[in-house]
Design a protein around this ligand. Structure first.
Ligand SMILES: NC(=O)c1ccc[n+]([C@@H]2O[C@H](COP(=O)([O-])OP(=O)(O)OC[C@H]3O[C@@H](n4cnc5c(N)ncnc54)[C@H](OP(=O)(O)O)[C@@H]3O)[C@@H](O)[C@H]2O)c1
Length: 209
């Protein structure tokens, strides 16, 4: 699959490494520094291409949005038309100091993205932490972490679930895109536990019976 990544920080590169290993073609885009963008692509592999956000969209079967909340509107503007594209967002509307969410409970980053790109097939997930993606294994002993994903397009969700499995996680269907308003705070809770409560590299497991 051709994956166009908009936002090539810790998560863009971490997910990119896993997907490159699985044989996907990647194009990296979006940084305030051209040098940083090229260096990010190089850490993932020499075959990873670099372009503008709109070039990444044109290249992609699936567009991955992994920018900071503060950069969201600018990134989508640079992406141009996303009509008909699968748009996989992992954007959590974290305040810059990670003390809370800029929006939530009555809307979500994913719903706001869907408003800005109304014809995109938006799917959201909060995957495991970047540190874990960059580590030698994403497993917790013999266990893999559960991650929630949500969206209104069944086919797009299936494709995203496959990509989440390739990150070494267990994707859990959390329903329609509206449930992003609950998925994003669940990511915020993990940020609190990992960093403020200093629990380090953590993930969650959904138990069922
Ligand atoms: N880190 C995690 O474990 C994790 C887990 C789940 C979800 N997320 C979400 O995934 C998204 C990306 O996270 P990340 O850890 O990859 O972040 P990051 O390393 O800081 O990368 C953020 C990306 O946004 C761009 N950006 C543009 N303007 C920015 C600004 N004003 N402030 C910060 N970044 C700006 C950065 O470009 P430059 O190259 O110019 O910096 C970079 O491409 C965020 O929405 C985050 O909430 C993160």
């Amino acid at each position: 699959m051709n994956i166009g990544i908009i936002g090539t920080g810790n998560m863009g590169t971490g997910m990119g490494k896993c997907w490159a290993k699985n044989g996907h073609n990647l194009m990296f885009s979006y940084s305030r520094s051209e040098e940083k963008l090229k260096a990010a692509a190089a850490t993932v592999g020499s075959e990873v291409s670099v372009g503008t956000p709109s070039e990444a969209v044109a290249f992609a079967d699936i567009v991955v949005l992994s920018v900071a909340w503060a950069a969201l509107e600018d990134a989508l503007k640079q992406a141009g038309s996303l009509d008909g594209k699968i748009l996989f967002t992992i954007v959590n509307p974290l305040l810059p100091d990670m003390s809370g969410l800029a929006i939530g409970t009555t809307t979500s980053a994913a719903e706001e993205i869907a408003k800005l790109a109304p014809k995109a097939r938006v799917v959201e997930s909060m995957p495991i932490f970047a540190e874990i993606l960059h580590s030698p294994s994403t497993k917790f002993g013999n266990e893999v972490a559960s991650v929630f994903y949500c969206g209104d397009d069944v086919e797009a969700k299936g494709i995203v679930a496959g990509l989440l499995r390739e990150l070494g996680t267990e994707p859990i269907d959390a329903g329609g895109l509206k449930n992003a308003r609950f998925v994003e705070p669940s990511g915020m809770l993990l940020v609190q536990l990992a960093y403020m409560q200093q629990m380090g590299q953590i993930g969650i497991k959904l138990l069922r019976r």
